[in-house]
Design a protein. Structure first.
Length: 454
């Protein structure tokens, strides 16, 4: 192991130079004009896997962007790790807010600025380089390794799940390793072991068959905007609890160990509120802020529209009002069931004076990896060895749908070894990645392969 770490230390500058080349590729998956760049980027990833020592590398075509696969199965009897990541990036708009061109990487104050730096090229590249370090330093790996690197994560991965289903034997593994989440704080080794799921809906409330003059008809018919606002206001009680009957029936409560782990984290609710420029925080009574955003379900109106919203005045009773609703779900809750419970309750709250339509747009399952799983223990020890600090555990309020897909189809638990920071402007102008975390991430990945082999 000493030889591997020595090789990583020696090649620090070389890794940064290669990452810079990776970040120059304009792999914007949502943009048709960048289709050629997506092909170029897939080939770059495939070439880097080959250079690292992966002896079987293949680029799979899809109806969208290519999927890069690689494997080395030269450790018989040892477990297999599947590394997942994505080479596509978000669009760069608004371009005028960037301090430097988004595809011309700039290093400043120990950080590399470019689109995709932290999401997910920088974090993904860590694992390719750790594998390379093993092959260059000692000639082999302590485990079997597979790579699954897609180009459509930023547009919802429409072709990934079908690929996994079709190739589940090819992708068979003992654990999935992903670096596409964050550290709790700079320099603090962190494992994310839980993700919330999602149920995303659209509700439509219709009253009269056309917009009406609010003077001539006001007071005689229900106003869909008023009705919609009234129903939304009844979806929570005064303690911030969701009022949908049966909504909490399957919610997996936090264990004492988890709540104790959260309390150990240095978190200031006062600073959190100040950063958001709000006078006070709000949420479900009886839970801390971290518990609310990581381990409790939520229901939020993401947008509401209807009637006249232009400049000036237009006095109408609108025919229709619409809202987008998202429910973040926690372990044991199911998206389809949550959506059905919502629809039943929403329609029950609606008066007979309006018609209601609820459309289930999409969803994703929550994920929870046991803290005592072999992969989690190995990852915790690995990050601690690299960072020189005790690893902390957190959940994430957001969703990564492919994680539940891996669990469902491959029956493999996922390790979320995040190396970015939420403050690194992912999806925003001036995205960047701390190069210290990049270097420590390569070491963490290398240690993980060693510890998971035992």
């Amino acid at each position: 192991m000493e030889q591997v770490i020595a090789y990583i230390n020696k090649n620090h500058d070389n890794y940064i130079n290669q990452l810079t080349e990776f970040l120059k590729i304009k792999s914007i998956s949502t943009s048709p004009e960048n289709k050629g760049d997506m092909q170029t980027c897939a080939k770059f990833v495939a070439d880097k896997l080959k250079e690292a020592g992966i002896n079987k590398v293949q680029i799979f075509k899809t109806e969208g962007h290519p999927i890069v696969y690689g494997e080395w199965l030269g450790a018989p009897g040892k477990p297999t790790v599947l590394v997942y990541g994505h080479y596509d990036v978000q669009p760069v708009d608004p371009i005028d807010l960037w301090n430097s061109p988004p595809f011309e990487p700039v290093i400043k104050d120990g950080k590399i600025f470019a689109r995709g730096a932290t999401d997910d090229k920088g974090q993904l590249f860590v694992h390719i380089k750790s594998v390379e370090a093993y092959f260059k330093a000692v000639g082999s790996l302590p485990v079997n390794i597979k790579f699954l690197i897609e180009g459509e994560e930023e547009i919802g991965s429409p072709h990934l799940e079908p690929f996994i289903k079709t190739n589940k034997d090819l992708l068979k593994c003992d654990t999935v390793l992903i670096s596409d989440t964050s550290l709790f704080a700079p320099g603090q080794p962190t494992l994310t072991y839980g993700l919330r799921g999602l149920s995303y809906l659209e509700v439509e409330v219709t009253g009269p068959d056309r917009d009406l003059h609010s003077g001539s008809y006001g007071g005689s018919v229900a106003n869909p905007v008023n009705v919609l606002a009234s129903i939304i206001s009844k979806l929570h009680d005064k303690n911030g609890k969701i009022t949908i009957p049966g909504f909490y029936d399957e919610v997996l409560p936090l264990t004492k160990q988890e709540r104790d782990n959260f309390k150990k984290l240095t978190f200031s609710e006062k600073k959190y509120a100040k950063d958001l420029k709000v006078a006070e925080l709000a949420g479900e009574k009886g839970f801390t802020t971290l518990e609310r955003i990581w381990a409790r379900p939520t229901l939020d109106c993401n947008g509401i529209f209807g009637g006249f919203t232009g400049a000036g005045a237009k006095t109408i009773i609108p025919s229709k009002a619409t809202a987008k609703i998202s429910m973040r779900l926690v372990p044991n809750q199911e998206p389809k069931k949550a959506a059905k419970l919502f629809e039943t309750y929403f329609k029950k709250l609606a008066p007979k004076s309006v018609k209601v339509k609820v459309t289930d747009l999409h969803g994703g399952f929550p994920v929870l990896t046991p803290l005592n799983h072999k992969a989690t223990i190995a990852a915790s020890k690995a990050m601690e060895s690299a960072f020189g600090k005790k690893t902390v555990y957190m959940r994430e309020g957001g969703s990564i749908p492919v994680v539940s897909t891996f669990g469902k189809i491959l029956k493999a638990p996922t390790v979320l070894m995040g190396l970015g920071l939420n403050s690194e402007n992912l999806h925003a102008p001036n995205e960047h990645f701390n190069l210290k975390h990049f270097h420590l991430g390569i070491k963490s990945s290398a240690y993980f392969l060693s510890y998971f082999a035992d």
